[in-house]
Design a protein around this ligand. Structure first.
Ligand SMILES: [Zn+2]
Ligand SMILES: [Zn+2]
Ligand SMILES: [Zn+2]
Ligand SMILES: [Zn+2]
Length: 339
């Protein structure tokens, strides 16, 4: 037994006139029938059911009546504008009520409702919404005929070729960038490492002015600890007025993350003897006895050295080069051993 359905339960663009309504189901009549007793009209299914149950006319109570299709009302109903019944799925079609069946027809051409379920034409027994069926049939269906699969593979190949070209272009660009960076790295001067030489010009003037002299920074070894020497010509602490004091410092360096802490190496410092015309080893700074922790906030973390690095009078007579008013003292960090 088929499910009973009365009039059209559509979503109308404009509310249809009350006069069209079927007074049994209160909807817009489907196949409107006029009856012989009182001339009113109803849906065909609504009045047909009353007639087959041998009931009287629901409006005038006449026991006997005949029915005839009301072409005028049917035309008017078919011309009413409605929204697609799949509007909730976001089909935005609207048209005459008489066109709805065509819009929803699952066998109609692809211009019909995109939200109607359609069977795959290659009989894989899957169903898809009309808007998705073309993709399934061309790119996905396991039942595709050979020529459809070949066309699909050709499209895919073309896509991969495009992708491949783009990746190659990117690789070329990256290679160029890499080459440039390498050239820049090579052009950058290497940070100085031992043996590291530095000369204090005007040594006597600095001594007279009671200055502290900082050497330029150097590295213990390539990518090693960044260091500096501090020289007090007039001496400091117990060396004041009798000795030159020298301290070695660890500075915050760009390779600190890769180094071991604390620093415990040995730093050998020489001075050039003008008397002997050769470099003379003066002191070895042993950081194993005074380990230096890494400095996080400060540029110079910590250091240690000799208050009594070398007697001042000996500097004056043997290690200072004098030329008129100029006086030089030449220092050398000969090596840094990591222990
Ligand atoms: Zn009805
Ligand atoms: Zn009647
Ligand atoms: Zn639709
Ligand atoms: Zn299929």
């Amino acid at each position: 037994m088929a499910k009973f359905s009365g009039g059209y339960d559509y979503d109308f663009v404009d509310q249809p006139p009350k006069s069209l309504e079927c007074s049994i189901c209160l909807l817009t009549p489907r196949d409107s029938m006029v009856i012989s007793c009182c001339g009113n009209h109803f849906c065909d299914p609504c009045i047909g059911r009353i007639k087959s149950n041998r009931k009287p006319c629901p409006l005038c109570n006449s026991p006997d009546f005949t029915t005839l299709l009301h072409k005028g009302v049917a035309r008017e109903v078919n011309a009413l504008r409605v929204y697609c019944p799949k509007k909730a799925q976001s089909c935005n079609w609207q048209g005459e009520l008489g066109q709805v069946d065509h819009h929803l027809n699952p066998t109609a051409n692809s211009r019909g409702c995109g939200f109607v379920m359609i069977e795959c034409k290659y009989k894989c027994r899957e169903k898809f919404e009309r808007r998705a069926i073309a993709f399934h049939e061309a790119d996905n269906c396991a039942n595709r005929p050979m020529e459809v699969q070949v066309a699909f593979l050709a499209r895919k190949l073309e896509m991969l070729a495009t992708e491949n070209r783009e990746i190659k272009n990117k690789v070329t660009a990256l290679e160029a960038e890499n080459t440039l960076l390498k050239q820049q790295m090579e052009a950058r001067p290497l940070p100085p490492v031992p043996p590291f030489y530095f000369t204090v010009y005007n040594y006597r003037q600095y001594k007279k002015d009671n200055c502290t002299i900082m050497s330029p920074p150097f590295y213990s070894h390539p990518k090693g600890y960044k260091m500096s020497l501090q020289i007090y010509p007039n001496g400091s602490n117990t060396g004041t007025n009798t000795h030159m004091s020298v301290y070695a410092f660890i500075m915050r360096g760009e390779f600190d993350d890769t180094l071991q802490w604390p620093f415990t190496g040995r730093v050998t410092v020489d001075i050039y003897s003008y008397k002997l015309k050769k470099w003379t080893q003066i002191q070895v700074f042993n950081f194993k006895e005074y380990p230096i922790e890494r400095g996080y906030d400060c540029v110079i973390s910590d250091g240690s050295g000799y208050h009594l690095f070398f007697p001042q009078d000996q500097v004056e007579t043997e290690y200072m080069f004098k030329n008129g008013s100029y006086t030089f003292v030449c220092f050398r960090v000969n090596r840094v051993e990591l222990v």
